[in-house]
Design a protein around this ligand. Structure first.
Ligand SMILES: *Cc1c(COP(=O)(O)O)cnc(C)c1O
Length: 374
């Protein structure tokens, strides 16, 4: 089976991890510091906090923004459940804004209609690897004193209007799961424009420990002292993961080039084919294509999915609208809430896309699909 996504591991990556195993620090050592600095460098220079997953990054980001009960988080249903569930876990009410049917990205007009005095975060997702319309979302957020969050699990390595992912929203979360644009095994990061949120993100992911003596409330202990002001968790990335991520970051441009080539090959093959719709790219965005989200029209998505799988091609569907998940449905979120997202979901079929896919693999995907829809 040709997978739909897959990591790309080089001998240099392996050597980088082996070097950590031979060294003194397995976690919270120099590789973590270097990786966070490197993520910061590709994210507009804002402080980055590494962590154990993209889900952890979302939990950290919402916690750093101080989200809790009584707050509303406006987000898209066209995402992995964690974008919404991590806000809900902290007690926030999740409000789903519909997407732009052409791109799958959250629609600023839909967000605008849902803004209230309780809106604390507008959380967009860079679906498939292209950035959402952050200038529009930021001006909406500013109206009510909310913050913007970019779930950039798909778009690390991309940019919009000349600004890199990480520099587009108040707070950006990343995932380094093996199928994503670069990997640390499991891993993620939070990038914060405001140092106050970055420090809070750091402390939340580090058990809440405060280590700066100038902030101590207990002042008569010794040099060993550290103290907790707010609860936290242990979401620390290991040096093993960080060393892998640092090595992978050096290959990000190469990954991007190959993902762009494959996307162009699919686009050329499917453009104008009856019953298919190729992904739509927003003006001004330089995407890092993580998914190739083809649309299959005429109610044939499931049939094509099953026949592609039967032909050994690992297609996927991204995503079931988040509020269809029973955990949301039980709270009263009803089907029909976001019609564009539901229609997009009904048609969506993600084709294999990863750097090691050969042109021959891509052509096999194309030929198989064309023979099924023809
Ligand atoms: C993968 C993903 C996540 C979660 O990342 P993990 O590292 O798998 O926890 C969150 N949001 C989106 C959009 C994702 O694709």
């Amino acid at each position: 089976m040709l997978p739909y996504g897959r990591q790309s591991i080089s001998e240099e990556d392996i050597e980088a991890v082996a070097a950590v195993l031979r060294g003194d620090w397995l976690t919270t050592g120099p590789a973590v510091t270097a990786f966070e600095e490197a993520i910061s460098a590709v994210s507009g220079g804002h402080r980055a906090v590494s962590c154990t997953s993209g889900t952890a990054a979302l939990h950290i980001a919402y916690a750093a923004l101080g989200i809790g009960s009584g707050d509303e988080v406006i987000t898209t249903p066209m995402t992995f459940v964690a974008t919404a569930s991590c806000a809900a876990m902290l007690g926030a009410r999740v409000v789903f804004a519909d997407i732009d049917y052409s791109t799958g990205l959250i629609d600023p007009e839909a967000v605008s209609a849902l803004l209230t005095a309780q809106s604390k975060v507008i959380a967009a997702v860079d679906y498939a690897g292209q950035s959402a319309d952050y200038p529009a979302l930021q001006s909406l957020a500013n109206k009510v004193g909310a913050k913007t969050l970019a779930d950039a699990a798909h778009s690390v390595g991309g940019s919009a209007n000349g600004r890199p992912v990480g520099d587009l929203a108040d707070i950006t979360t990343m995932s380094f799961f093996p199928t994503k644009n670069l990997t640390t095994g499991e891993g993620g990061a939070v990038v914060c424009k405001d140092e106050k949120f970055a420090q809070r993100a750091h402390e939340f992911h580090f058990i809440g420990l405060v280590r700066d003596p100038s902030r101590f409330e207990i002042t008569d202990e010794g040099p060993w002292h550290q103290e907790v002001h707010e609860y936290g968790v242990n979401y620390r990335l290991t040096d093993l993961g960080a060393a892998l991520g640092l090595s992978q970051l050096r290959r990000l441009d190469e990954f991007k080039r190959r993902r762009t080539e494959i996307t162009a090959r699919y686009n050329a093959a499917f453009a104008g084919v009856d019953g298919l719709r190729t992904p739509v790219q927003r003006a001004g965005v330089d995407p890092m294509w993580h998914l190739y989200p083809l649309r299959v029209l005429g109610g044939r998505r499931r049939e094509i999915f099953e026949r592609m799988r039967a032909a050994g091609i690992g297609v996927q569907v991204n995503y079931i609208p988040v509020y269809w998940h029973p955990v949301f449905a039980q709270q009263g979120y009803r089907r029909g809430l976001c019609p564009n997202a539901e229609r997009f979901y009904a048609e969506e079929l993600s084709l294999p896309l990863y750097p090691a896919l050969t042109d021959a693999d891509v052509d096999r995907v194309i030929e198989t699909l064309l023979s099924l829809v023809g």
